[in-house]
Design a protein around this ligand. Structure first.
Ligand SMILES: *Cc1c(COP(=O)(O)O)cnc(C)c1O
Length: 393
């Protein structure tokens, strides 16, 4: 099918909920993508932080293929090996105690919210169900996670939303204390706000929030749907903050492209969601779990050090451009945000696409880069050269 035919069919038969770019993607290898007409793109998006092992990864494809031949799906009424192994690996590498698996980031966060509310209900009874989230956060698109998201643009049309969220200014402990009351059961945050514009929280702020949570018996819920699974150069971004969350969610990169999400709970809250209180038909699906195991096997310590190094290299290249349009470079590992000035991020993103590099936008005029974690230095250089052509001096 040509790009033109494909776009026409999409317009007609797929619900137009996405403002798609006029670009079709057919296949890829490494961090390079190709359209149906052979047009080539360096990918600095990973399908929004998903394709952690890049495209055409044979080990990943084989893991899925072999599992598909053996057992493609089984209900959670029975035990299956890939799911068990995955939970064990995730817990051992994160210091958490047990895992719940679902299919997406929003579903993962919904589960964390349920856990926090039930924890509080079991211990204190009703009236203690409010969760503090941060201004400019993003937690998902369901009726509950939209309202958990601390951006007013998401609080439209779909009333009534799930109640029980209050938004505190990031980096402002006084504001968080002022917004908290006897009705609070948890604080939920991204240690680096992704959709909000690649905004890292300071160690000091996150540690103070963690202390407040302990003191008040609020659960600390960390949303690592975007930052988790190697994106920032550690398996979870919280591991660089000197904290241990009560619950941490993940999704996007976990299975390298198959739909999977979930959350990990600490020992003292592992029993909160008791049998019958939470479930997901596809959760821990054997194929998704086999893919995720391959991702985690690939993301060993050496690999993560390389992710950090590649990120630092990219940040250096952007600094060296001396571009009048780059007001700042933020982020960690391969989660990078360029704060633009005097140039619109969406326009730049479109212009870069036309020149053969895919990028993302975020927050207030930020160009966001989330390349596959396996991207080569050659691909990085090729992409950066194109960006330099539009942003450089
Ligand atoms: C993408 C994202 C979500 C939502 O994930 P979906 O899989 O689209 O539901 C939630 N939280 C954060 C931090 C995200 O980046």
């Amino acid at each position: 099918m040509t790009s033109k035919e494909l776009m026409e069919l999409d317009q007609q038969y797929v619900m137009n909920t996405y403002g798609r770019f006029p670009v079709a993607i057919d296949h890829g290898k490494g961090a390079t993508l190709y359209g149906p007409e052979g047009d080539k793109y360096i990918d600095f998006t990973s399908g929004i932080g998903v394709n952690s092992l890049g495209y055409g990864n044979e080990d990943w494809a084989k893991a899925i293929y072999e599992q598909a031949l053996k057992l493609g799906h089984m209900s959670n009424l029975y035990y299956t090996e890939p799911c068990v192994k995955l939970a064990k690996t995730l817990c051992e590498r994160s210091g958490m105690s047990c895992a719940f698996f679902g299919n997406s980031g929003a579903e993962a966060n919904e589960g964390m919210i349920k856990l926090a509310r039930k924890y509080s209900f079991d211990k204190y009874g009703e009236g203690r169900s409010t969760i503090i989230t941060l201004v400019n956060s993003f937690h998902g698109r369901t009726i509950t996670t939209l309202n958990a998201t601390g951006q007013d643009v998401f609080h439209n049309y779909f009333f009534p939303f799930t109640e029980g969220f209050r938004y505190a200014e990031p980096e402002n402990i006084a504001d968080l204390i002022q917004k908290s009351d006897k009705d609070v059961c948890a604080v939920m945050l991204e240690v680096i706000q992704g959709e909000g514009g690649v905004q890292p929280l300071s160690k000091e702020y996150v540690q103070t929030v963690a202390d407040l949570c302990k003191k008040n018996d609020w659960l600390l819920l960390i949303d690592e749907v975007q930052t988790g699974i190697g994106r920032t150069g550690s398996l979870f971004a919280f591991q660089d903050y000197g904290i241990q969350p009560d619950v941490v969610s993940f999704a996007k990169g976990i299975a390298g492209g198959l739909p999977m999400g979930g959350f990990l709970a600490a020992e003292h809250v592992r029993g909160v969601l008791s049998a019958g209180t939470h479930a997901s038909t596809f959760g821990g699906n054997p194929m998704a779990s086999a893919a995720a195991l391959k991702v985690l096997e690939t993301l060993n310590e050496d690999f993560l050090v390389k992710v950090q190094a590649k990120g630092e290299y990219m940040v250096k290249q952007f600094a060296a451009m001396g571009s009048p349009h780059i007001a700042g470079v933020r982020g960690k590992g391969l989660m990078i945000g360029l704060q633009l000035t005097g140039m619109n991020n969406a326009e730049l993103c479109k212009n870069l696409m036309a020149r053969g590099v895919l990028t993302l936008t975020a927050g207030q005029n930020v160009l966001r880069l989330l390349p596959p974690l396996t991207i080569s230095l050659e691909e990085i250089d090729e992409g950066i050269e194109i960006i330099k052509g539009l942003l450089g001096n």
